[in-house]
Design a binder for this molecule. Structure first.
Ligand SMILES: NC(=O)C1=CN([C@@H]2O[C@H](COP(=O)(O)OP(=O)(O)OC[C@H]3O[C@@H](n4cnc5c(N)ncnc54)[C@H](OP(=O)(O)O)[C@@H]3O)[C@@H](O)[C@H]2O)[C@@H](O)CC1
Ligand SMILES: [K+]
Length: 482
């Protein structure tokens, strides 16, 4: 945002105009929250976030709202555009003391925004706590004060907002947890920063929405037949038939033309009975897997769901990575390398095709202990793991981050807590594999899979079980592709 700000100002738009536009967006949002004028407490901090608050307060007062402006710090200490905005406020600036929020219908939190540099303590912390204790709706300017815009984490304490107005683009902290929850409803306001500044910023961080990958989404044409739509091979092993079944069904639903499940002979009847459209092959040892890999039409490989822990799974992972095809590694395939993650990274480095890993936080910690302990930002953790391993990392959760070794990363916010259920991850791994089988590039396939999985979950909601997810995909895809 500093670059965006500077480039816009260099292009001839004065900084105070940006602040006026930001303050107007805040006032508009406040009016939306209280259409009938109520007393608004605008709580301003010592920087430009406070400056936005001064502008918002002035406009609300002009529109007939009783406004009480409260300042943390002294008016004389304000600098730059914030000082100009404060001069344009003809009213009083009260000290922000205990009890002053009584009788207010709305609080505007303009304490700290992008300039938060350290944990809140002392007076600042007390101010946030008083806002949170007030029982009043809160409109946050840019970010809820105390939320770190880069990581979404809470610096000491943070405002719990009802609504948050931010400017130009969302920041990672609006999408990552817990920041996303503290924002309440989000509003994105354009304040005169042109899109032309984006190349200069060169951000590699994205909101995982279809615009990011829709252009490359595979759609069959009239000339397609099942083999042109790709052939996924799911190595099921001998444990937990359900996991591989869910993954296989999801691969088919995601559009793979053919899916083969390889499982031990004793498991075959279960698969045959449960999956009509899936080809089932016996895989009792590594030679059987090698034999299955000889058919080059099997062009995307999944190892992990129901694979079992240990040397056999490690060997299958190595064979898959050596087979010159896109590979998805999930669940047991990841945990089997807990004590030798470098061996996995080396095998990935030797592959020239996309590799996608889909760890949840626990699996991630086992594979990337130093990274997990070394950063507070889920975005940067996923990015560092992608750079270290050479794989696209899907770090799962309610704010799933997909990160590519080329530093691109996307944050999803379209899931539902109902997705936290057994088998949900197997479905996700299956969708990624199905998209890779259709030649979608690794990062885009992973992003699309995460989004589709989130939409499928949200379309079901309460009562969701993982079996529902593959069958919810047609509805989601119809909306996406129409
Ligand atoms: N960029 C743009 O395009 C536009 C930006 N705009 C707005 O500007 C905002 C960014 O403004 P900003 O950079 O002045 O930072 P801001 O959030 O007000 O905080 C800085 C102040 O807080 C203080 N402080 C920090 N941490 C603290 C702590 N833990 N505890 C106590 N104090 C702490 C810090 O003090 P210092 O660290 O210097 O001691 C400094 O005084 C942005 O969020 C948006 O609202 C819009 O006007 C439109 C255009
Ligand atoms: K704020």
């Amino acid at each position: 945002m500093k670059t965006a700000d500077a480039a816009t100002i260099a292009g001839g738009v004065p900084g105070i105009d940006l602040m006026e536009a930001a303050g107007r967006a805040v006032a508009d949002a406040a009016r939306g929250m209280c259409p009938v004028p109520c007393t608004v407490a605008v709580v301003c901090g010592p920087g430009n976030n406070g400056g936005d608050g001064f502008v918002g307060a002035r406009l609300l007062a002009e529109w007939g709202y009783p406004v009480r402006l409260m300042l943390l710090g002294s008016r004389a200490a304000l600098r730059g555009d914030a000082a100009v905005a404060a001069k344009r406020w003809a009213g009083e600036a009260e000290r922000f003391d205990a009890g002053t929020l009584k009788g207010c219908g709305l609080i505007v939190d303009a304490l700290f925004g992008a300039g938060l540099t350290r944990d809140l303590d002392g007076e600042a912390k007390a101010a946030v706590e008083r806002i949170n204790a007030s029982d009043c709706p809160v409109l946050a300017v840019d970010v809820p004060s105390g939320v770190d815009g880069d990581s979404g984490r809470v610096r000491g304490v943070a405002v719990k907002a009802t609504k948050t107005v931010t400017f130009f683009r969302y920041k990672p902290g609006h999408l990552l947890l817990p920041g996303r929850m503290l924002c309440g409803e989000r509003v994105l306001a354009q304040i005169g920063i042109p899109d032309a500044v984006l190349p200069e910023i060169g951000s590699r961080s994205f909101h995982n929405v279809p615009a990011l990958w829709r252009a490359g989404y595979p759609e069959p044409s009239l000339e397609s037949h099942k083999y042109t739509r790709g052939h996924a091979l799911v190595a099921a092993g001998s444990e937990m038939a359900g996991a591989a079944r869910l993954a296989s069904r999801a691969s088919l639903r995601a559009g793979a033309g053919v899916v083969t499940v390889a499982a031990s002979t004793e498991m075959l009847p279960i698969f045959k009975a449960a999956l009509e459209a899936v080809i089932v092959r016996a895989m009792d040892d590594l030679d059987d897997y090698a034999h299955l890999l000889e058919d080059k039409r099997r062009n995307a490989l999944l190892v992990g769901p129901g694979a079992g822990l240990g040397a056999d799974t490690r060997d299958r992972v190595r064979m898959a990575l050596g087979a010159g095809r896109p590979v998805v590694l999930d669940a047991d395939a990841l945990t089997s390398f807990e004590t030798q993650p470098r061996a996995m990274h080396q095998a990935i480095a030797a592959s020239d095709r996309p590799v996608v890993m889909t760890p949840h936080e626990g699996e991630f910690r086992r594979l990337f202990r130093q990274i997990a302990e070394g950063s507070d930002s889920k975005l940067e953790k996923a990015r560092a793991a992608a750079a270290l391993s050479g794989a696209v990392i899907v770090l799962k959760g309610a704010d799933t981050v997909v990160a590519s070794p080329d530093r691109r990363a996307a944050i999803a916010d379209n899931g539902t807590p109902w997705l936290a259920t057994a088998g949900s991850g197997d479905v996700l791994a299956g969708i990624v594999t199905g998209l890779l089988a259709q030649n979608m590039p690794g990062f885009e396939a992973a992003c699309a899979a995460v989004w589709l999985h989130g939409e499928a979950g949200s379309s079901i909601g309460p009562g969701l079980i993982s079996e529902d997810l593959p069958d919810a995909l047609p509805g989601v895809l119809k909306r996406l592709l129409s």
